[in-house]
Design a binder for this molecule. Structure first.
Ligand SMILES: Nc1ncnc2c1ncn2[C@@H]1O[C@H](COP(=O)(O)OP(=O)(O)O)[C@@H](O)[C@H]1O
Ligand SMILES: O=C(O)C1=C[C@@H](OP(=O)(O)O)[C@@H](O)[C@H](O)C1
Ligand SMILES: [Mg+2]
Length: 163
C-alpha cells in the first residue's frame, strides 16, 4: 500500500483522521508532531520556545524522512519547506484536508497547544490563505472536512483509495 500523507491547516483533522484511518484500514499511523515530541522529549510548544521554529522545522523534516508508517499525519506547516513537499510527492499519495477558516477557528477556539495559533485572527487568516495555495499545489486529492464527522471523512478517504 502506498504511503498516505494527510496535509492541511492546523485543526483540519490530520491527527484525528489519521488515527481513525489506521483503525479502519488496519495499518499503522504516525504523526510527525508526536514523532518529534518523543524524539526530543519536549512538547511542540516547548520546542518552539526553547529551540525556535527553525529548529522545529528541521526536526519535522527529519521525522518525515524517518517515519515508515502507511498513514502519516503531518503538521500544518509541513508545506513550508520545498524539501518536504518534494519528499511527499515522491514517496506517497497526498490528501489535502481542506477546511474553511471559520471551521478551523471554531475547532481551535480553546486550543493552548499550538504556538502558531495566535488569537490575532487577521494574521492567522493571512497564514491560512498563503498556505492554502501550497496545500493545493502539492496535493493529489482534496477532501473537504467542513460539516462532516471524522468517521465520514475517513470513510470518504477509504472509498477514494479504492478507486
Ligand atoms: N471533522 C471534524 N469534525 C469535528 N471536529 C473535528 C473534526 N476534525 C478534527 N476535529 C477536532 O478539531 C481539533 C483538531 O483536530 P486535529 O486532528 O488535532 O487536527 P490537526 O492535526 O489537523 O491539527 C480536535 O479537537 C478534533 O477533535
Ligand atoms: O501549522 C503549523 O505550522 C503547525 C501545526 C502543528 O500541527 P497540527 O497541524 O497537527 O496542529 C504543529 O506542527 C506546530 O504547532 C506547527
Ligand atoms: Mg495534528
Amino acid at each position: 500500500m502506498t504511503t498516505i500523507y494527510l496535509i492541511g491547516f492546523m485543526g483540519s483533522g490530520k491527527s484525528s483522521i489519521g488515527k481513525k484511518l489506521s483503525e479502519m484500514m488496519d495499518v499503522t499511523q504516525a504523526d510527525t508532531d508526536i514523532f518529534v515530541e518523543e524524539k526530543h522529549q519536549m512538547s511542540i510548544a516547548d520546542i518552539f520556545k526553547n529551540d525556535g521554529e527553525s529548529a522545529f522545522r528541521t526536526y519535522e523534516t527529519e521525522a518525515l524522512k524517518q517515519i515508515t508508517d502507511k498513514i502519516i499525519s503531518t503538521g500544518g506547516g509541513i508545506v513550508e519547506k520545498d524539501v518536504n513537499r518534494s519528499f511527499m510527492r515522491k514517496n506517497g499519495f497526498i490528501i489535502y484536508l481542506q477546511t474553511s477558516f471559520d471551521t478551523i477557528a471554531r475547532r481551535l477556539q480553546n486550543d493552548q497547544e499550538r504556538p502558531l495559533w495566535q488569537k490575532n485572527m487577521s494574521d492567522q487568516k493571512k497564514m491560512y490563505e498563503r498556505r492554502a495555495e501550497m496545500y493545493k499545489s502539492c496535493c493529489d486529492y482534496i477532501v473537504v472536512t467542513d460539516n462532516k464527522s471524522i468517521n465520514e471523512i475517513a470513510k470518504e478517504i477509504i472509498n477514494l483509495l479504492k478507486c
